[in-house]
Design a protein around this ligand. Structure first.
Ligand SMILES: Cc1cc2nc3c(=O)[nH]c(=O)nc-3n(C[C@H](O)[C@H](O)[C@H](O)COP(=O)(O)OP(=O)(O)OC[C@H]3O[C@@H](n4cnc5c(N)ncnc54)[C@H](O)[C@@H]3O)c2cc1C
Length: 472
């Protein structure tokens, strides 16, 4: 007879391990199941962390090239691909190993294997060692994550055709690469390869990069991306990919494309991600999917089957690690009988390119679409002392403000460090701060954080470093 586990967490990504750790901390008996030897999921093994380790290297290379204009000339970097790969793998090992230790310290029953539902309260676990076990449960949190979207008509069997995980393996530095998809994953990985010496081209079917982000923020990135990338084809679709002796021949369709057939040494497909809802027996439960293919959940992250909860990428957008971890906490509190709901005012989004782009809360695109009234207060980094010392006057910080209450509705930042700066915006929105609160908060000088305070001053027409007419 299988023993009854108080809580099972299926999938040990940032959603799953955060939920499992929190549940153990508040006294639950927890079993955490994942095929990897340690917790971490896509984020730590094949996503956020390895990509940021490589982007850091790209940043160092790009900055060393820029230093010429400040009177410091470095010789051309000598790229040791094996050492770079080793550095990235050590970062992943350090963090996932640390999570393994933390899991043990919390006395979590970590099972290396795959779970699949036999019924609404029974899970079969096929372990990596070849054995299998059937576990009953009172509650389970499904945190199985997501995988890259495949376009069947473009997917070909070839070592030259890769997804984000293949790109992060960094097997080699191809001479040329086409990135299909101008979203954040394509842009980040394209930035890495471009810095390492690959001639990177990008194709995006929409009229601009990062569809969904505000255009004024994207404009800052686009200017630089035009320099970093060999070509960016907008309003263009990749229609066909064929293997040839010299590489992958891609056929493009779009009115602006000059050469409709081009050959690339590698093609990276980065056109989005799909929730992982198949092949683990969800059909043996009462769990329902929504029209976008995510598991349907309520604010407590309960599915349609009592006792089964879902969090993270599998449970809806935005597919981001910090959203997954927060949902993990909510689900555990709900299971624990506490008052809990996933109800954030702002979830930050960061694109770790050069420059970084970050936003939270309301975007202008969304406000226009939904007819929400707003006012914009924008501070160009051309007037920021700190940005000038960095040689990076191209950035911008903007606030979206409710004209009636003067509360901050949204914050958008483009420029180096935007990903760190956006946290202040998230706090402002969550605390229902008014624009005056940001204006009256003393920010350290000289820092880029001052641009948030200065944007608030722009709203009142009292910014010290630029002139904007005073608000009546
Ligand atoms: C290249 C790349 C870069 C990214 N960069 C960022 C970033 O900078 N910031 C950010 O916030 N997000 C980033 N993301 C997204 C982020 O990785 C995901 O949002 C996050 O990992 C989702 O966490 P999760 O817990 O839902 O699932 P995942 O991290 O996807 O983990 C799910 C785990 O469940 C396991 N699993 C699946 N099925 C089963 C089963 N049946 N039994 C047992 N285990 C199972 C999987 O093997 C996996 O280990 C990036 C993603 C990619 C691909």
């Amino acid at each position: 007879m299988a023993d009854k586990k108080q809580l099972i967490v299926l999938g040990a990504g940032p959603g799953g391990y955060a939920a499992a750790f929190y549940a153990a901390d508040i006294g639950m008996d927890v079993t955490l199941i994942d095929p990897e030897s340690n917790p971490g999921g896509v984020c730590l093994y094949r996503g956020c962390i390895p990509s940021k380790a490589l982007l850091h290297i790209a940043k160092v290379i790009n900055e060393s090239e820029e230093a010429v204009s400040w009177g410091v000339k470095f010789s051309k970097p000598d790229i040791d691909i094996d050492k770079i790969r080793e550095w990235k793998e050590n970062v992943v090992k350090k963090l996932t190993g640390g999570l393994g230790q933390l899991s043990k310290q919390r006395k979590i029953n970590y099972i290396q294997g795959r779970g699949s539902f036999e019924s609404s309260n029974k899970l079969k676990v096929e372990k990596n060692d070849g054995s299998a076990e059937s576990l009953s449960f009172e509650n389970i949190i499904v945190a199985t994550g997501s995988h890259p979207t495949r376009i069947p008509s473009l997917s070909i069997e070839s070592d030259r055709f890769i997804y984000s995980s293949g790109a992060l393996e960094l097997k080699d530095i191809p001479r040329t690469m086409l990135v299909i998809g101008g979203g954040y994953i394509g842009l980040e990985l394209g930035t890495v390869y471009a810095a390492l010496g690959t001639k990177v081209s990008m194709v995006e079917m929409m009229p601009g990069l990062l569809p969904g982000a505000d255009r004024d923020l994207v404009a800052v990135l686009s200017k630089r991306a035009d320099k970093i990338f060999e070509s960016i084809y907008l309003n263009t679709t990749a229609k066909k990919i064929e293997e040839t002796q010299n590489g992958l021949k891609v056929t493009f369709e779009g009115k602006d494309i000059r050469e409709s057939e081009q050959v690339f040494e590698k093609v990276l497909m980065a056109v989005g991600r799909r929730p992982d809802t198949k092949n683990f027996g969800l059909e043996n439960t009462k769990v329902q999917l929504n029209d976008k293919g995510f598991i349907k959940v309520d604010p407590k992250r309960r599915t349609d089957d009592p006792g089964i909860y879902a969090i993270g990428d599998v449970a809806g957008e935005p597919m981001l690690a910090h959203k997954a971890s927060h949902e993990g906490r909510v689900a555990v509190e709900a299971i624990n009988g506490q008052k809990a709901a996933f109800d954030p005012r702002a979830i930050p989004a960061v694109v770790f390119t050069d420059p970084e782009i970050a936003w939270c809360g309301l975007t202008e695109s969304e406000a226009k679409e939904k007819g929400i009234e707003y006012q914009v207060a924008k501070f160009p980094w051309g007037a920021s002392g700190r940005a000038t010392t960095l040689g990076r006057n191209d950035g911008v910080t903007k606030l979206l403000i409710d004209p009636k209450t003067e509360r901050i509705l949204g914050v958008g930042i483009a420029g180096p460090g935007a990903g760190e700066l956006i946290a202040e915006g998230v706090l402002a929105i969550e605390m229902a701060a008014k624009v005056e609160d940001l204006s009256l908060t003393i920010h350290p000088h000289p820092t880029l954080s001052e641009t948030i305070m200065a944007s608030a001053d722009v709203f009142f027409g009292t910014a010290t470093d630029i002139y904007r007419p005073r608000r009546k």
